[in-house]
Design a protein around this ligand. Sequence first.
Ligand SMILES: [Mg+2]
Length: 240
Amino acid sequence: MAERQLIVFDFDWSMADQDTDHWIFEVNKPELRRKMEDLEGKIQWIDLMTQLLREGHKKGIKREDIEHALRIIPYHPAMVRAVTNLKSRRKTTFLCLSNANSVFVSTILKEKGLDTLFEEIITNPAEWDALGLLKLWRRVDPNGPQHSCKTGCSPNMCKGDELDSFLARHGPAYDRIVYVGDGSNDFCPVLRLRSNDIVCCRTFGGLPKRIAQDGENFGLKCQVKYWTGAWEIEEIFNKL
Ligand SMILES: [Mg+2]
């Protein structure tokens, strides 16, 4: 049995059963959700989200509207059970590695009673200003040194580098790492896992495609378990 165990969670479509950036506009301002769709790939994602939050604020979306959307986001009860039971049953460290932002993640975790689950939440910084605008920044400041990821991480954050620096801060090495993710930007950190580690890869999203196309070429070493619904994560976690 692994003595020191680390569980790493992506957030959107992994911990939560939706994408937070999409969801707050689907709930509050569908025209901006459409604009997001139209501009995806043309503007860096965090910069686009920053711009749309500003536009939404001008169009009357209030802090309470966004917080309400976050509190009602689809979130599977089995996911809450899975992490709560694992944490109470045995010594396990949880890390959140998310391309959402600190306000979205913390608001949702608080609503689910999971605000003390994670040792660290590594994500894009955000804060409310006095007028109820959510200000958002890239994790990697565009005016400072940039990461050199060649695997396809977005300029705002290299999840592989972030995982490595977390591991360096929290030595000695974990006996086992389990990574739960769905997106193409989860591929880079998954490549850093060892043969006794596990990726729980959602059956839809960019991650299963990257694993199928590039897993072998990029030297993927960890075990791959596929899941669709959070009840399957609960099954996997119950055996850890
Ligand atoms: Mg995701």
